[in-house]
Design a protein around this ligand. Structure first.
Ligand code: NAP
Ligand code: MG
Length: 403
């Protein structure tokens, strides 16, 4: 065997829970350690350790990613009452992903891994569609009120520093009904725009942003304006020299163009649009187990993970001794994404080269009929038999070693 690839800066490694924790160790052991002299700064975000440290480990891990520039994360349990009882937790803690996103001020990009033999539901889609979802405000932080009967509803702005109030009429309501107040912040929109431009440049993808500024002239109009400002002031030159296009259109026009197009874009979505469209894109491309997720901060710090959760039901079966057919591809791609990014930042092309070979070996295994059950159900032609996770990892390792 050739000597292992040296690393310079450690990757920040965030271990996780249940079935993905089992596969995490397997992927490292069988697919990465034989080839890379892996250096990581390790944080155990397993639910037990998060509870034991009062969740301090999550914040420490997020700070480490910020300091080092690149992290890779396993899926983690978000605690709730049922999990508290199951794991005898002292307290409920916020979702680790929300904590990390808040520290990095980042945007999450979800990208399907195209599967050989599985055709997207939209026949024309030849390349992945990446969704960048703004993760702050709008309807997710709305104030809502049920209105019991006739009366007026107003919006009131009261400046913290004093000065005159401003108010406008929302509706003079003739009968009972409902109202909703939405907000967003210039700084959050600006960070979102920067993260999108950074991602588009890193991946050389055209960036589309869409809203409904013809109807919502002030609210959606502000989103449009901030994207335009950030583009012109900070990214126009870089985009021009990288050949990366920035395109603004109305959301309904964007939907029509995406369906008619062949994919291969970064689609920046407002919070609600991103919620809906990421599920649509994921299911149209096949399987949640083939979706990667990367958190990108406005300064270019990145954290890679699989989009799926801890695959709890498989874990219970594994605990009873079953070799489950859980798909590790999105976890493998989280590692390859992080290694390639580390290599790029440290000027180590061999790391990126290895990451691409490991990705190619994973897809080759699937293309040649070696796949886990979730894909076997979708593939045409269907393989004779689905592999368990260990057999699948062996099948990838064999292609990685082979010529
Ligand atoms: P999940 O873990 O994504 O699993 C839902 C179902 O999707 C599974 O039961 C399985 O279907 C299928 N699936 C997902 N990943 C798969 C894979 N790699 N291979 C094969 N099948 C796969 O979602 P969940 O059950 O709703 O959540 C479980 C735990 O994960 C929760 O505690 C939640 O808090 C956490 N979670 C964490 C993250 C994260 O850290 N990013 C994200 C989401 C959820 P079948 O059972 O039909 O095979
Ligand atoms: Mg959704």
């Amino acid at each position: 065997m050739a000597s292992r690839i040296e690393m310079e800066t450690p990757l920040v490694e965030l271990d996780g829970d249940e079935m993905t924790r089992v596969l995490w160790a397997l992927v490292k052991e069988r697919l990465i350690l034989p080839w890379v002299d892996l250096r990581t700064e390790y944080y155990d975000l397993g639910i037990g350790n998060r509870d034991a440290t009062d969740d301090a480990v999550t914040v420490e891990a997020a700070e480490a990613i910020k300091r080092r520039g690149v992290g890779v994360k396993c899926a983690t349990i978000t605690s709730n009452a049922a999990r508290q009882a199951e794991y005898r937790l002292r307290a409920l803690h916020p979702s680790p992903n929300a904590t990390i996103r808040a520290v990095l001020d980042g945007t999450v990009f979800r990208r399907p891994i195209p599967i050989p033999g599985v055709k997207p539901s939209v026949a024309g889609w030849k390349k992945p569609i990446v969704i960048g979802r703004h993760a702050y405000g709008d309807v997710y932080k709305a104030a809502e009120m049920a209105i019991p009967g006739p009366g007026t509803v107003e919006l009131v702005y009261r400046p913290r520093e004093g000065g005159p109030e401003r108010r406008i009429l929302v509706a003079d309501m003739a009968e009972s009904g409902i109202v909703q107040g939405l907000h967003n912040l210039d700084g959050s929109i600006r960070s979102f725009a920067r993260s999108c431009f950074n991602y588009a440049l890193a991946e050389k993808l055209p960036l589309w942003f869409a809203a409904k500024d013809t109807i919502s002239k002030t609210y959606d109009g502000r989103f449009k304006e901030i994207f335009r400002e950030v583009y012109e002031a900070e990214y126009a030159e870089a985009c021009a020299s990288a050949g990366v296009e920035f395109f603004y259109t109305l959301i309904d026009d964007a939907v029509a163009r995406v369906v008619r197009g062949e994919g291969g874009i970064l689609w920046a979505c407002k919070n609600y649009d991103g919620d809906v469209m990421s599920d649509l894109v994921a299911s149209a491309f096949g399987s949640l187990a083939m979706m990667t997720s990367v958190l990108v901060s406005p300064t270019g710090v990145t954290e890679y993970e699989a989009a799926h959760g801890t695959v709890q039901q498989h874990y219970y079966r594994w605990q009873k001794g079953e070799k489950t057919s859980t798909n590790p591809v999105a976890l493998i791609f989280a590692w390859t994404g992080a290694l390639a990014r580390r290599g790029e930042l440290d000027g180590l092309p061999a790391l990126g080269g290895f990451a691409r070979r490991l990705e190619a070996a994973s897809l080759k295994a699937i293309a040649e009929g070696d796949m886990t059950g979730d894909l076997a159900r979708l593939a045409d032609p269907a393989p004779a038999r689905a592999l368990d996770s260990w057999e699948f990892v062996d099948a990838v390792a064999a292609r990685l070693e082979g010529p």
